[in-house]
Ligand binder design. Structure first.
Ligand code: FAD
Ligand code: NAP
Length: 342
């Protein structure tokens, strides 16, 4: 059922105040098709909503906001592991918890990431050296224009760092319906990140997906704000990738620069740069920079998108002045006409 003038404040983890002109929840593909048809007839843009943990919403939005509530998880055993298919509206972290309980390797490094299964491929969620692309076999998505269901294999998703075809060429064209992952029953720990190496290197024999998950949950809870207590959207900026020459140039002035080699050059730790620029813990009215991780912007629950934008502009300007680097916003932002602006 489509409702009008609905507040989305409790449906985005930054708790930004936002009134949607039209809103509905869908729990089946048929309902999703109906919603898409309604939006087309009414000439409304369609905004798909998971748990709202990677979104910046305007104070008012003229769009049909469709909350994805498709549910269900099924498993199929194979010789080396299990193929797991989860519907788009399932909680990502509940899926990770379940697979870790089932002693399946593959998703444990992605523990405690908020959001839904269906949103996970959109920005190719990643943490501690693992990305969704490393485990996703295929996904099914509804083409919102034609109403047909298409299957995308891993390659067709065109995954990249916090990116996929669904943020690029096919932005807002497909609604992801379900995702299928290939998980392993044989030990496959991914411990390349320093924190995990330190914790587990001595005792790899006794490792289990559950142990890795529990450790990552503890680590994240100690460093990251719980959106239910301190509204936020996780990392607000992507880590910029620059050429080796540019990184060396920055190091002349900032020898402590935190960076990691990648194929295209070097990935700079944006959180470190923001901290160096003096923003860690600063408060600007209803919004601020988290005091334990400067990459996370927070709200006091009474902010709107304009309050946040002022702080974003201030940080981006200062980082460009200091390091000569342009920071790209990670969450997807929308304007009052329902058009995506970043
Ligand atoms: P939403 O915010 O609701 O939507 C995000 C985008 O995806 C929107 O454009 C929306 O239209 C689109 N979308 C949603 N569902 C669908 C669908 N079914 N089909 C098509 N499009 C859809 N991200 C990481 O990568 N790594 C992390 O470690 C991480 N940690 C976080 C920690 C915190 C505390 C928070 C608040 C966020 C974190 N994030 C992280 C970001 C966020 O959790 C992920 O991007 C997550 O996948 C967003 O899921 P969601 O359901 O909330 O999506
Ligand atoms: P951290 O471990 O303090 O590391 C800071 C930054 O350095 C991270 O952004 C990470 O890049 C990079 N890094 C650290 N070790 C690395 C290695 N061995 N190789 C390559 N890059 C390395 O970060 P944190 O804030 O506590 O977060 C831990 C993990 O959770 C990170 O992977 C981070 O991406 C993820 N996370 C993401 C979000 C989000 O909203 N996107 C929010 C919270 C946490 P990467 O970011 O590329 O991994």
């Amino acid at each position: 059922m489509i409702k009008q003038q609905v507040s989305l404040q409790h449906l985005n983890t930054l708790r930004l105040s936002c009134i949607a002109s039209h809103y509905c929840q869908v729990s089946s593909i048929e309902e999703l098709v109906e919603a898409a048809n309604y939006a087309r007839l009414q000439q409304l843009p369609l905004l798909l909503l998971g748990e709202g943990s990677n979104l910046v919403l305007p104070s008012k939005i003229r769009a049909l906001v469709v909350k994805i509530e498709l549910k269900g998880v099924r498993q199929k055993a194979t010789d080396s592991g299990v193929i797991v298919t989860a519907a788009a509206g399932e909680s990502w972290d509940s899926l990770v918890a379940q697979t870790a309980r089932d002693e399946l390797w593959g998703l444990e490094n992605l523990s405690l990431i908020p959001g839904t299964v269906g949103a996970a491929p959109i920005q190719n969620i990643g943490a501690y050296g693992v990305e969704v692309k490393d485990r996703l076999l295929e996904l099914r998505a509804l083409d919102l224009a034609s109403g047909t269901v298409e299957t995308f294999d891993n390659r067709q998703c065109e995954f990249a760092y916090r990116d996929s075809v669904f943020k690029q060429r096919f932005s807002n064209r497909f609604a992801i319906i379900d995702c299928t992952f290939k998980l392993n029953s044989v030990a496959e720990p991914q411990l390349s990140y320093g924190a995990l190496q330190n914790a587990f290197n001595h005792n790899q024999g006794a490792l289990s997906p559950r142990l890795v998950r529990d450790y990552i949950c503890q680590l994240r809870q100690s460093k990251l704000p719980d959106p239910r207590v301190t509204p936020n959207a996780g990392s607000f900026f992507k880590n910029p990738v620059v050429s080796e020459a540019k990184a060396k140039d920055i190091e002349k002035q900032f020898p402590e620069l935190v960076s990691y080699p990648v194929d295209e050059g070097r990935k700079l730790a944006a959180g470190w740069m923001i901290e160096q620029a003096g923003f860690k813990g600063v408060q600007r009215g209803s919004v601020g920079v988290y005091d334990k991780q400067a990459l996370v912007l927070t709200s006091n629950g009474c902010a709107n998108a304009s309050d946040l934008q002022l702080l974003v502009d201030e940080i981006r300007t200062r980082i460009a002045e200091l390091f000569g680097v342009s920071l790209e916003v990670e969450p997807r932002s929308y304007d009052c006409h329902g058009q995506q602006v970043s």
